[in-house]
Structure formats: C-alpha cells, structure tokens
Design a protein around this ligand. Structure first.
Ligand code: SF4
Length: 201
C-alpha cells in the first residue's frame, strides 16, 4: 500500500487524513483526540476490532447501536447517533484516489456519515483499498456484503453460498442503499484514519 499517495489523494478530496501502522496506534490517537465528547457509532467490524466501544466509553459518552440485537432497540439507538457531536464508522471499500464507498441495509451507518455532526471519522483497514471505483463497488457487493450477511446470519443466497452477490430479492437483503463519497461533505469536518492492517470485512 502506497499510503503517502492515498493520504495525498484523501487530502485532495478535502478530508483530513492520518496513517497508522497498527490498530493500537490508531485507537490511541482517537482516545487522545476524543475526550469528554458525545460519540455515535455506525455499525462497524473495524471499530469493534479496535475495542473503541470500551476505551472511548471510559472518558466519553458513547452510543453504539451494535450493542442492541433487538431491531427496535437498534433503530432507536441508531437514531440517537445521527446527531451526536462525533460519528465513527468505517467503509466497505475505498479507492486509491480517496473515494469512499458504503452499502447499508438499515441506513443508520450511511445516514450518520453524511450529515448532522461536528466531525465524522472513517477508520479504514488496508484490506478496503481498491484501485478504482469499479473495483470498490465490486468489492462492496461481492466481498463485503456477503461476508456481512453471513456475520449477521441472514437468510440470503450470498450468506448461504458465501461466494458472491446474487442481487437477491430476499426480505433479509442487506444491500439497500449505496453511498459513494466523492469528496468531503460540506460544512462538516471529516477525517480518514488509514491503518496498515486488515480490519473489518
Ligand atoms: S443483494 Fe442479496 S445476495 Fe447480494 S450481497 Fe446483498 S444480501 Fe447478498
């Protein structure tokens, strides 16, 4: 991974951008940066792998919908995250040119990434990096989404077969909205934390 080139591309797209070799270093940076703050999470395996729910909650007010398996609770808590001071999430893919791509089923993750906060942090492992936007969308649909469908135990063809997207019509489909962040959203700070480890799906 040419992280200097990727950081330059992200900054060219108006994001703040930082690189860390390990998730521990990135978690330490976020814990130094966010203190006494109100933080909402988008559902993210990357953030879970970094232990941020526990470490940040020790000195911030953290709202994390992934802690609520009941869908009614998940939706209620997800709504609260839409207007927190800070919002932390990941992406399903990111191009070498600094375009971020996210698929969502419920919408809390992509909605929170677009509006309503002082600042949004995207935490991105190296496994999410793709050469082009076409590759990124392919990854989102045929790698990240089937793995997420399996993770959540969905009754979808991709979860059963585990190989690719079948563009299903299942009521349990998790691919309902695709958001492409070409540039940083206006009137909100946004920072990408790039980590040189495989993180998330
Ligand atoms: S559209 Fe359906 S089959 Fe395709 S990845 Fe999403 S849930 Fe799986």
């Amino acid at each position: 991974m040419d992280h200097e080139a990727i950081l330059a591309a992200l900054r060219d797209n108006r994001y703040e951008a930082r690189y860390f070799q390990t998730k521990e270093e990135a978690a330490a940076y976020l814990n130094e940066t966010l203190d006494g703050a109100e933080i909402g999470f988008g559902d993210s395996g990357t953030i879970a792998a970094m232990g941020l729910a526990k470490s940040l909650a020790a000195h911030n007010t953290v709202t994390d919908p992934s802690q609520y398996p009941d869908i009614r609770d998940f939706v209620a808590v997800g709504k609260k995250c839409l207007t927190t001071e800070y919002f932390l999430t990941s992406v399903n893919a990111m191009t070498e040119s600094g375009i971020l791509v996210n698929m969502d089923g419920t919408g809390n993750r992509v909605a929170g990434s677009l509006f309503g906060h002082k600042k949004v942090f995207f935490v991105v492992g190296r496994n999410k990096i793709c050469p082009t936007l076409e590759d990124a969308v392919y990854r989102v649909r045929n790698v990240a989404a089937p793995r997420n469908a399996q993770r959540f135990g969905k009754k979808t063809p991709c979860a059963v077969k585990g190989d690719k997207c079948y563009d299903c019509k299942s009521p349990e489909r998790i691919c309902n909205g695709l958001v492409i962040h070409y540039k940083k959203m206006s009137n909100m700070e946004m920072e990408v934390i790039l980590i040189d480890e495989d993180l998330g799906l």
